[in-house]
Design a protein around this ligand. Sequence first.
Ligand SMILES: [Zn+2]
Ligand SMILES: [Zn+2]
Length: 263
Amino acid sequence: MLIDTHCHLTYPGLVEQADTVIDRAVAAGVSRLITIGTDAADHIQVRKQLQDSPAVFGALGIHPHHAHEVAPDFIAAMRAHFAQQPKLLAVGECGLDYHHAEGSHEVQHHVFELQLSLAAKLNLPVILHVRDAHDDALAVVRRYRPTAFVVHCFTGSTAEVESWLALGAYIGFTGIVTYKNATDVANACKSVPIDRLLVETDAPYLSPVPKRSIKINEPSFVVHTAEYIAKLRGVTLKSVAESTTANAVRLFGNALIAAGAAK
Ligand SMILES: [Zn+2]
Ligand SMILES: [Zn+2]
């Protein structure tokens, strides 16, 4: 069993074929999917998806790309979603992204910090999106100290991964780790203790090798990323699957695999 800990079933490319995509994932042994809502409109779509699909769980956050668009009461709206839908397991993705900075860094910080406070109040884990902003994001996380969190789609260096691990982070790897030119990411992945490692697709983006030519990534392809990581670390796929599943359950809670939750 594998868990795709980060995908976007509500995004174009996947939303039109969500049911078949979920069926293909389950058939491939990816029996749980966590779909991530990234702005207020998307949060509503995610909730619909959770109602329809026993294998799908969710997280809600304001992605740094959308930080400049939030309504003044966005935290209250998020709070209401969490109160009404127990399949929402985490706050995020939230964080800092200076790569394609839309809106000011200041706005990104403000919206990020409000979400860390919300996670603390609700006692939920956090899914962090950090791109070209590791130092600043580390400083914020050191101040807020979320009880449990993952740095998703990790693309930093081995030194950066060490800083995150020192704060108790889980580290999520996407198909990027399978790319020929991503040796830094592969090295960082090798250095993560097995009990801190998560796998994810970030579908519909970032198809892993050998599916890279398929433009729309999908949760069933997380198997290829897990296989690649197994080879990279010199262990079996089974051991990567068992460890990453146990890690996901430790991070997101037992609800993720509770009996009767899936078809
Ligand atoms: Zn992200
Ligand atoms: Zn994402």
